[in-house]
Design a protein around this ligand. Structure first.
Ligand SMILES: Nc1ncnc2c1ncn2[C@@H]1O[C@H](COP(=O)(O)OP(=O)(O)O)[C@@H](O)[C@H]1O
Ligand SMILES: Cc1ncc(COP(=O)(O)OP(=O)(O)O)c(N)n1
Length: 266
């Protein structure tokens, strides 16, 4: 069994952050490890506030994992402040995990910032070049490139521009598109399209967390990058389509749909 590490913030309502990451790793047959960067009070209705974990404690958590367990892939989510970004980057350089998937989380769907504006440049300069795969959504890709994205051609340009900043591969996610949910991957050489229908649903809390965690799990399990993205997209699609109505706002996706189906459960 492969061991996949999430470095992310929390969600006590279980839809996003470390909870979504660990459920996704388990649903992909991986052993889930997790380091917490920030304790967040949030639920399906939005983010209320958060407290950052100190850089020393983040470093200590990462050391505790890597000194004890072989890590096959790392997924990074909420990193909130420059000090958090720097300590994670130092530890990635120290331990050199085989696959690093970074979801450059900036603002939750509810509108609450999860990355302070002063940290955007540090994310770009210090963490982005360590990504094997970076998975910005459209607003995040706009911040990284400084350009507006209105169509698929703009998404292609953004993926290439962000790749030129140092990320080995870039997946610009289309969940914020109106027409459909097409995602575009630039692997450093070629563009790949992942076409997808939009599901008309409010159960989309944590889709970005789950997608990047599924990609990290698939890479750890030996899939090629294009196959990993295709599987991860399908996983999120099924998760939205078969979600249980949990909470009063944007609910979580279903993480175990395939497993339930195989077991003959709903
Ligand atoms: N309503 C939806 N129907 C189908 N796929 C969706 C929907 N919303 C998001 N996705 C997919 O979920 C993944 C996460 O996308 P996105 O919502 O853009 O990221 P984030 O959660 O970081 O904002 C992408 O693969 C995207 O295409
Ligand atoms: C702790 C934490 N990390 C990330 C997010 C954002 O999750 P994401 O999957 O990008 O999408 P939404 O949950 O905002 O729809 C979060 N909320 N909390």
């Amino acid at each position: 069994m492969k061991h996949v590490l999430s470095i992310a913030g929390t969600d006590p309502s279980g839809g996003a952050g470390a909870a979504a990451d660990c459920k996704t790793f388990c649903a992909h047959g991986c052993f889930a490890l997790n380091v917490i960067t920030a304790v967040v009070s949030q639920n399906t209705q939005g983010v209320r506030g958060y407290m950052d974990v100190t850089p020393d404690l983040i470093a200590d958590q990462i050391d505790a994992v890597f000194e004890d367990i072989d890590v096959d892939a790392v997924k990074i989510g909420m990193v909130s402040v420059p000090e958090t970004i720097r300590v994670i980057a130092d530890k990635l350089r120290q331990y050199q995990p085989r696959f690093v998937v970074i979801d450059p989380v900036m603002v939750a769907t509810s509108g609450h910032r999860l990355l302070v504006p002063e940290a955007e440049q540090t994310l770009k300069e210090v963490l982005l070049p360590l990504a094997d795969v970076l998975t910005p959504n459209i607003p995040e890709a706009e911040v990284l490139t400084g350009k507006t994205i209105e169509n698929l051609s703009d998404m292609e340009d953004a993926a290439k521009a962000i790749s030129a900043m140092g990320a080995r591969a870039v997946l610009v996610k289309g969940g914020h598109r109106v027409e459909d949910a097409t995602d575009i991957l630039f692997d450093g050489q070629e563009l790949h399209y992942f076409k997808g229908k939009r599901v008309d649903s409010t159960s989309t809390h944590g889709t970005g967390c789950s997608l990047s965690s599924a990609i990290a799990s698939d890479l750890a399990n030996g899939m090629s990058l294009a196959d990993a993205v295709a599987e991860a997209k399908q996983y999120v699609y099924e998760g939205i389509a078969h979600a249980e109505p949990i909470g009063k706002g944007h609910g979580p996706i279903h993480h175990f749909y395939e497993l339930y189906k195989k077991a003959g459960l709903q």
